[in-house]
Structure formats: structure tokens, C-alpha cells
Ligand binder design. Structure first.
Ligand SMILES: [Zn+2]
Length: 91
């Protein structure tokens, strides 16, 4: 198995210590890691990460089905390859 150096895994997460909405309407979360470091992730990616138990590759984006980028219920999230995702929004 290939281990990417410094890659954060689910078991590294300690607790979410804050969140904010970015300029595009996506919720970003700040987490502490068990190592004591902090880690920032988009909430929709963290939700899907915990659902799958592993991180999605960067080329797989997450589409918000209802068009609301802050609705991060699992039922509103759909993983999609970047090129296809662009056609949903700009196609
Ligand atoms: Zn989308």
C-alpha cells in the first residue's frame, strides 16, 4: 500500500474547532488533529470522507444536488468527475 507522507487520515481528526462560509458559499471547517496540528477542509468533502471511510481523489468533486453549497447533508452530495461537474454548471 502506498502511504503518502503527511497525508491526514480520518483517525487523525480530533475535533472541529470552528467553521466559516467562504466567498463561494462553501462551509470550511477547522479541525485539530491528534498530533496537535490544525487542519482545514471543506465541510462537504469531510462529510463524504467520513461516509466513504477514505478521501476522494482530488479529481473527484462533490456536486450539491439542490444547488445550495452550504447544504452538506449526505443526501444532497453527489461525487462527480471534474469535467462532468463543469458541464452541470457551465454546460
Ligand atoms: Zn456542483
Amino acid at each position: 500500500m502506498i502511504q503518502i507522507k503527511n497525508e491526514v487520515t480520518l483517525s487523525d481528526l480530533d475535533q472541529c474547532i470552528g467553521y466559516w462560509t467562504d466567498t463561494e458559499g462553501y462551509i470550511r471547517e477547522k479541525w485539530t488533529l491528534k498530533s496537535g496540528k490544525t487542519f482545514i477542509i471543506a465541510q462537504h468533502r469531510r462529510v463524504y470522507w467520513q461516509h466513504l471511510g477514505k478521501r476522494l481523489p482530488a479529481k473527484i468533486e462533490i456536486h450539491h444536488i439542490d444547488g445550495n453549497p452550504s447544504n452538506n447533508r449526505l443526501s444532497n452530495l453527489k461525487p462527480v468527475i471534474r469535467d462532468l461537474h463543469n458541464t452541470y454548471h457551465y454546460g
